[in-house]
Design a binder for this molecule. Structure first.
Ligand code: ZN
Length: 141
């Protein structure tokens, strides 16, 4: 039992030493890893060599990131990736909110500042004031 513990301690230690100064599992690596798994699963059904190649490419790139020693460069790439994902993420979030409240509310986008405004449904024609820029417009809800 003691030997087992010693062994696992040694293993953890050597993994930590191996990973020291390397980039590790950042968001971009995680996304690539997820895509690799996704294409791997797709390949179970389609048995396509291109699909399996794409999966391997994502897996390889994810590994390359995790083991990379050029942390500054990988960090910059990860920040770029996060910035690029911000818009689609919020658009998806907005669509989810619209779907969730489809029975009780309607969403409008302010034409001036593009702020999303939620108003209760079924109130007829109402004047909506944008909470951000105070612009008003009339909509039927
Ligand atoms: Zn506005």
């Amino acid at each position: 039992m003691d030997k087992m513990r010693q062994f696992s301690f040694k293993m953890q230690n050597s993994i930590a030493r191996f990973m020291y100064g390397r980039c590790g599992f950042d968001s971009l690596a995680r996304a690539c890893y997820g895509l690799a798994i996704l294409f791997l699963v797709i390949n179970i059904f389609v048995h396509n060599s291109i699909v399996s190649l794409i999966s391997m490419a994502f897996l390889g790139y994810s590994l390359f990131r995790i083991l990379s020693r050029n942390i500054t460069k990988r960090y910059a790439e990860n920040q770029k990736f996060l910035a690029a994902m911000r818009k689609p993420k919020s658009a998806l979030n907005y669509m989810g909110m619209k779907w969730r409240d489809r029975k009780t509310s309607r969403y409008y986008t302010c034409s001036k500042c593009h702020q999303h405004i939620r108003v209760p449904k079924g109130k007829g024609k109402i004047e909506i004031t944008c909470p951000k820029c105070k612009d008003t417009f009339i909509k039927r809800t």
